[in-house]
Design a protein. Structure first.
Length: 284
């Protein structure tokens, strides 16, 4: 049995987009600062307690997915400086989230991102913990980030995925990623970047504002939707008041607006999660 050159595996999280008549809602868990990072104050068991509590809040609110990210590991380093202690701790955090979600009746898709640009490491964690997707930085076209120069990784990442047998793990990639300078690729439009990501076999593209928690540009959303057949996700700035502006997207990744005082460093607010979940489900 031969597959055509245009065959693409339809992965679980992408199938979810087809099944829903509205955008999916993915809640973000900002894992407390991990061992060895400057802001770390908690033991690993204490970190996992926080992760478990937030996973339970999201799961009880009926979200469609959860993403686990080491957002508190400031200042970030590039992937070649990520130590095994980070990968180990993120594996434990993801296993904790998976355990919470397995106890419920609702099937929740799970994703992981390891900052900064540690996409192979995230793929390994996803494969080991049964997660469904990774959020990858710098998939196509290099750029300058807070952490320095970030090389494109599509070829390396997808070869690594094949090598470890993780073909079921989808890759969603940011286009013109936030907290970055894109002057080197200023002659490449947002739409062309999305087309390149599609050509290099990404499973979806993520549109953000210029920084964590800032709104994405609705005009840019239209440009992406018109430029690619890939699912387009909104990766920052979504809240209960503006969801209607982005109904053309396939999913919302939300963290900051769900925290107390709207600050990503704050405590996750169960009421805010429930209100946003309700607002998203009423879009259609």
């Amino acid at each position: 049995f031969l597959f055509s050159a245009h065959f693409r595996m339809v992965r679980k999280v992408v199938s979810l987009f087809s099944a829903l008549q509205r955008p999916a809602f993915f809640g973000m868990i900002h894992v407390p600062a991990l061992p060895g990072t400057p802001m770390n104050t908690l033991t690993v068991p204490a970190i996992l307690d926080v992760v478990r509590k937030e996973a339970e809040i999201y799961h009880n609110a009926g979200v469609d997915g959860i993403i686990v990210e080491n957002m508190h590991d400031l200042p970030y380093v590039r992937a070649d400086r990520i130590g095994p202690e980070i990968v180990s701790a993120m594996s434990m955090a993801c296993s904790t989230v998976a355990s919470v979600c397995q106890q419920g009746k609702k099937d929740v898709v799970l994703g992981v991102q390891i900052l900064a640009g540690a996409n192979r490491e995230a793929m390994a964690v996803a494969h080991a913990t049964g997660f469904d997707f990774v959020r990858a930085e710098g998939f196509v076209f290099s750029h300058v980030a807070d952490e320095g120069w970030m090389d494109a990784c599509a070829g390396d990442l997808l070869r690594y995925r094949k090598m470890i047998g993780a073909d079921n793990v989808a890759v969603f990639t940011d286009v013109k990623k936030k907290h970055c300078a894109h002057s080197v690729t200023s002659d490449v439009s947002l739409g062309e970047t999305a087309k390149a990501a599609e050509f290099f076999h990404a499973d979806g593209v993520i549109l953000t504002g210029i920084a964590t928690g800032t709104k994405a540009n609705s005009t840019e959303l239209k440009e992406l939707v018109d430029s690619t057949t890939l699912p387009v996700l909104i990766g920052s700035g979504i809240d209960v008041w503006n969801v209607k502006e982005y109904r053309a997207a396939k999913a919302f990744i939300v963290g900051s607006s769900l925290k107390k005082n709207g600050d990503w460093r704050g405590e996750l607010c169960a009421d805010k999660v429930k209100r946003l979940s309700h607002a998203v489900k009423r879009l259609y």
